[in-house]
Design a protein around this ligand. Structure first.
Ligand code: 2AM
Ligand code: CA
Ligand code: CA
Ligand code: CA
Length: 259
């Protein structure tokens, strides 16, 4: 199947998922904790995940699908084959507490290479989508590659815990930027790097947190590297950096400097 045919399908599925989100707003949503009181899953995460997995399997019966809430065993997947990586709600805490700043994300990979990425900012109705063959769009509008700014020329996106614990020298890195922004959703924060509102995003991410944004970022000429400057494996959980090339060099250098 051609990529533009996949695009049409995914856009339709995400429109259906949006309806699920809006129809849930008038009822009480079941929320459960996972590993800690701040690690949540709701019935909507599960509902959207089930819907997307069912739709993909209807069209691609043999597709490999990694989706956060299905507790995937990552070593069972072959990244050389077509791989769909889904985060049904990225920013579940935001969804529960504020009903905004969350995203539905899908990344499609083959041969370890990103083919298509989708980050759907549901409440703003903005679908960021694209891949190496077609470029990156926000809905119908093409995004231009953001300027190659240094760390001291822009905002830095990150996660609260990583900053509070000063992992990877992050407090010093943050002080070297124009300011820190923390929105509680990898997808929403990567969008801010894609659109040039921030020079970089640093966080510890699992495959489904990064898969979609990585395709879009690399397509726009941004770098996606581990905090120590290596290319992250699609199936690993790592301290990762999505940034302009100049900011990436600044951050990697500072992360490795003595405290
Ligand atoms: P999630 O909402 O899909 O879990 C900020 O919390 C960002 O980190 C979100 O993108 C969130 O994705 C992700 N994250 C990854 N692991 C997490 C965890 N154990 N608890 C909370 N958020 C986590
Ligand atoms: Ca989660
Ligand atoms: Ca996530
Ligand atoms: Ca999630």
């Amino acid at each position: 199947m051609k990529k533009n045919e996949i695009d049409h399908l995914v856009v339709e599925w995400l429109a259906q998922a949006k309806k699920m989100v809006f129809s849930s707003s008038s009822r009480k949503i079941m929320v459960e904790t996972k590993t800690s009181r701040n690690d949540l899953v709701t019935e909507l995460d599960r509902q959207i995940e089930k819907f997307l997995v069912t739709q993909i399997k209807n069209v691609f019966p043999t597709a490999q699908i990694i989706s956060e809430e299905s507790h995937p065993k990552l070593d069972e997947f072959d990244p050389q084959q077509l791989l769909w990586i889904i985060d049904p709600i990225d920013g579940t805490m935001n969804f529960v507490k504020t009903r905004r700043d969350f995203a539905i994300m899908i990344g499609v990979y083959q041969n370890n290479q990103g083919q298509l990425g989708y980050i759907y900012d549901v409440m703003n109705d903005c679908l960021y989508h694209g891949g190496p063959e077609k470029g990156v769009f926000c809905n119908q509008q093409r995004l231009l590659p953001p300027a190659n700014l240094s760390l001291n020329q822009g905002l830095l996106e990150t996660g609260a815990l990583m900053l509070l614990h000063n992992r990877c020298n992050l407090q010093k890195i943050a002080l070297a930027s124009n300011g820190v922004r923390i929105y509680g959703s990898a997808g929403i924060q990567i969008i801010r790097v894609l659109t040039g509102q921030a020079v970089g995003y640093v966080s510890h991410l699992k495959p489904w947190d990064l898969a979609a944004g990585r395709v879009l970022a690399e397509t726009l000429g941004l770098t996606v590297k581990t905090i120590d400057g290596h290319i992250p494996d699609v199936l690993s959980s790592v301290d990762v950096l999505v940034a302009s090339k100049n900011a990436q060099e600044d951050i990697v250098r500072m992360a490795q400097a003595p405290y």
